[in-house]
Design a protein around this ligand. Sequence first.
Ligand code: SF4
Length: 182
Amino acid sequence: MIPKSLRIGGMLIGYYRLCPRKAWWSLRGIAMEQESDAVALGRLLDEASYGRSDKQLEIEAEAPDGTPLVGKIDRANLKHGVLHETKKGRSCEDAHRWQLRFYLWLLYRNGVTRPDGVPFSGQLDYPLLRRTEAIFLEAEHFIELENNVAAISSLAIQEIPPPVLTQRSFCAKCSFEELCLG
Ligand code: SF4
């Protein structure tokens, strides 16, 4: 059963891909200052590096199982059909890719394409590294995103947190480190 207040966003998908326990904390409304700072820094970088010619975009959709989904996209170039997500560094690049694929999926779920019918694509922007990465939503990503949404819905009603990551390289950079590891 889907919890009534659950709305799954791109950041939560990214957290889940990094560490289900991190997603579990976030589902309980716990956000460490460092996490909000990272989001604010991303916005600042975005504004400083790219100006305001593209548009911020908010989109809502439903997963195939009815779970409400929501996305807040840093910048969208609607004419060229490209969603941009700005990041500081590449240490969580797999989570970044899934966050952007999730936004592309929301557009797909709503039947939104470019004016010529071509699906939107994504671009991860790393202005501090002067790098970009193109992201596409491929057939194999659909089932993965559905599975991630279902897993996050289960986490939302799970009373105890998932185990601490065995591979701790992310924990040292995670704002929940003290909460998890004492
Ligand atoms: S400290 Fe480690 S186990 Fe805990 S939420 Fe962060 S990444 Fe996950």
